[in-house]
Design a protein around this ligand. Structure first.
Ligand SMILES: Nc1ncnc2c1ncn2[C@@H]1O[C@H](COP(=O)(O)OP(=O)(O)OP(=O)(O)O)[C@@H](O)[C@H]1O
Ligand SMILES: [Mg+2]
Length: 508
C-alpha cells in the first residue's frame, strides 16, 4: 500500500501510509483505539476506497470497487465485528454469495456441505453446520467467519483483532491455525492489542498512531515496552494486585439459581454466591459455560426455573428487566454492538441512553439541552472517546471507542450500587485498559459491588477479591484472591473438582 490517506467528515483517519507485506509472512499491525487499523484493512479488502494512494498486489496496481473485487484477487478478511446473519444457519452464512446451485436453480446443499466439510478438515475448524448463527458463542461465530474466508480460496488473509473475543484455549488454536496457514504459503495480516501475542506470532510489526505510520520493526528487534511507547507515547502499567479495602454489607445474594436447559444452553445449575459493597467478585470460566445465562438471569432477561436473587434483601426474580435495572444496576454487556449501543444513533444519545432521568441532565424528568451537551461532552472527554463529534453515529466509532461510550454511560452517568461487567476491556488498547482498571477500583472505593465476568484470567486475577469459577452452568468453587493461582483456577475451569484434590475453597 502506497501513500494511503483516508478522510471521514473532514478528519484524516489515515495519512500517507506505506505498508509492504511480504508473501508467506505474518505481518502485525498495532496501535491505540482509533489509530486507523480497521480503516486501513477495510481499504485493503475493498470495503472502503481511499482518498489517495495506491495498492499493489504482486507488483501490479489494483483498485477495488467492493469487497468482491478484493475477494476475487484472493484477499479475505475476518472482521473485528462479525458480518454474519444471525437467523441463518452456519452453512447458509458460510456460502452466502457463492452458493453452489443445482440444474433446477435451487441451492445444492449437499455440494455446499461437502465443500464446508473439506475446508473444516483442512483448517481444523469444528462447527455444527445446522446451528442457527444467532445462537453461537462469539468464538464459534468467528470460526464461521474464518470458514467463509477459507472457502473463498483466500491467499492473503486479514484478521482484525481476532483474539479479543476468544478464550485462552481458542486463542491457542487460532494462533496455531494461523501459523499453519503461513506454512501453507499464505500471507497474513494480523491486528491485535495483545502485544505478547503479536511478538509470539508475527514476522514484522507496523505501528500506527492517530492515522500516521510510526514505524515497522522486525519482530526480533521489538519488545513489549518499546511497542507500547511507540503506540501510546508513554509508559503504561496494567499489572498489579487488587485494591485492598475492607468490604461492606452484603448487597447481592444469589441462591440456588437455576435456568432451564435448552437446545443451545446447558442452563444454570444451582448457582449460589454473595457479593458485598466495595467488593469485586470475579467470575472466571471458559466462554459458553453459563456466563451469558447468568447475566440474563440476574437482569430478568432469561426465565429462571428456581432459586432466588436478592438485592438488599429484596427479591428480584420475577420482576421485569426494567424494574430490576431501576434498583441501580450498571451493565457492561457481552456484545457492545447489539446489547450496549444503538449503532444508528448519535454518540450523544448513546451516552445518555437509559439515564435520561439523571439529575445531571435536567430536572423533574425534563432534560435540558445545555446540560445534555455539557455532560456528554465532559464524559466523552473523561473516558477519552476519540470521535469525529458527539453528533456522529456510534457506528462511525472504532471498536475500542464504542466500548468507551458504554463505559462512560454506565460508570459516569448511571446511578448504581451494583455493576455487572462482562469482559469490560474487550478490544481496548493497553492505555485504555489501564484506565478501565482504575475506574473499576474507583467504583469499588465508592462502595459499589462489582460482578466481573471475564474470560481473561489475568484480568480476573488483577481485579477480584474473590473468584468464582463457572463450568457447565455450575459454580465449581469460590476462591479468595490470596488462595487463587492460575493452576487452581485452570483446574476448576476444566471441571476438575478442587476439593477432591485437597484445595481449599470457600463456600458462598
Ligand atoms: N464510517 C466512519 N465514519 C466516520 N469516521 C470513521 C468511520 N470509520 C472510522 N472512522 C474514524 O476513523 C478513525 C480510525 O478508526 P478505526 O476503526 O480504523 O480504528 P482502529 O485502529 O481499528 O481502532 P480499534 O482498536 O478501536 O478498533 C476513528 O477516529 C474513527 O472514529
Ligand atoms: Mg478496529
Amino acid at each position: 500500500m502506497r501513500d494511503i490517506s483516508k478522510e471521514f467528515d473532514g478528519k484524516w483517519a489515515l495519512r500517507d501510509i506505506h505498508l509492504s507485506v511480504e508473501k508467506g509472512t505474518i505481518h502485525a499491525i498495532v496501535g491505540e483505539n482509533g489509530a486507523g487499523k480497521s480503516t486501513l484493512m477495510n481499504i485493503l479488502s475493498g470495503a472502503l476506497t481511499p482518498n489517495q494512494g495506491t495498492i499493489l498486489l504482486d507488483g501490479r496496481q489494483v483498485a477495488f470497487k467492493n469487497p468482491q473485487d478484493a475477494s476475487r484477487l484472493g484477499i479475505g478478511i475476518v472482521h473485528q465485528h462479525f458480518m454474519l446473519i444471525p437467523m441463518l444457519k452456519v452453512w447458509q452464512n458460510a456460502i452466502l454469495g457463492i452458493e453452489p446451485v443445482k440444474n433446477n436453480g435451487k441451492i445444492d446443499k449437499k455440494a455446499a456441505l461437502s465443500m464446508l466439510q473439506k475446508a473444516c478438515s483442512d483448517y481444523a475448524i469444528t462447527l455444527n453446520f445446522e446451528q442457527v448463527v444467532g445462537t453461537l458463542t462469539v468464538g464459534e461465530q468467528q470460526r464461521v467467519e474464518i470458514l467463509k474466508v477459507m472457502i473463498r480460496q483466500a491467499e492473503f488473509i486479514i484478521f482484525d483483532e481476532p483474539t479479543s473475543v476468544l478464550t485462552p484455549q481458542e486463542i491457542e488454536n487460532l494462533l496455531s491455525n494461523i501459523k499453519s496457514l503461513k506454512q501453507m504459503g499464505k500471507t497474513i495480516l494480523f491486528i491485535s492489542h495483545k502485544l505478547e501475542e503479536v511478538l509470539g506470532i508475527a514476522d514484522r510489526i507496523t505501528v500506527l498512531r492517530q492515522g500516521k505510520l510510526i514505524g515497522t520493526l522486525d519482530c526480533g528487534e521489538a519488545c513489549v515496552d518499546q511497542l507500547v511507547s511507540m503506540m501510546v507515547g508513554r509508559e503504561v502499567c496494567i499489572e498489579g494486585a487488587p485494591l485492598q479495602i475492607s468490604r461492606g454489607k452484603e448487597l447481592l445474594r444469589v441462591e440456588r439459581l437455576c435456568t432451564d436447559r435448552t437446545r443451545f444452553s446447558a442452563g444454570l445449575d444451582q448457582i449460589s454466591f454473595s457479593l458485598h459493597e466495595s467488593e469485586i467478585l470475579g467470575i472466571a470460566g471458559v466462554d459458553g459455560n453459563g456466563q451469558s445465562e447468568l447475566i440474563e438471569a440476574l437482569l430478568g432477561l432469561r426465565k429462571t426455573s428456581s432459586g432466588s436473587v436478592k438485592k438488599h434483601g429484596k427479591e428480584l426474580t420475577g420482576l421485569s428487566s426494567a424494574r430490576i435495572r431501576r434498583t441501580g444496576i450498571a451493565v457492561i454487556p457481552p456484545d457492545r454492538q447489539t446489547q450496549g449501543l444503538v449503532l444508528a444513533n448519535p454518540i450523544k444519545s448513546n451516552i445518555i441512553m437509559g439515564c435520561e432521568d439523571s439529575s445531571l441532565l435536567g430536572r423533574h424528568g425534563t432534560m435540558k439541552k445545555r446540560s445534555v451537551q455539557y455532560v456528554t461532552k465532559e464524559l466523552a472527554r473523561q473516558y477519552d472517546v476519540r470521535m469525529p463529534s458527539l453528533e456522529a453515529l456510534a457506528s462511525e466509532l472504532s471498536g475500542g471507542n464504542q466500548q468507551k461510550v458504554i463505559l462512560a454511560r454506565e460508570f459516569g452517568l448511571r446511578e448504581s450500587d451494583l455493576i455487572i461487567a462482562m469482559n469490560p476491556t474487550r478490544g481496548l488498547d493497553v492505555g485504555a485498559i489501564e484506565f478501565v482498571y482504575e475506574q473499576l477500583e474507583s467504583q469499588k472505593k465508592k462502595k459499589k459491588a462489582v460482578l466481573l465476568i471475564s474470560t481473561e484470567l489475568s484480568e480476573v486475577l488483577r481485579l477480584s477479591d474473590r473468584i468464582a469459577v463457572l463450568f457447565q452452568g455450575r459454580i465449581m468453587g469460590i476462591v479468595k484472591r490470596s488462595d487463587a493461582s492460575v493452576e487452581l483456577l485452570g483446574r476448576l475451569m476444566a471441571g476438575i473438582d478442587a476439593e477432591k484434590d485437597g484445595c481449599r475453597y470457600e463456600e458462598a
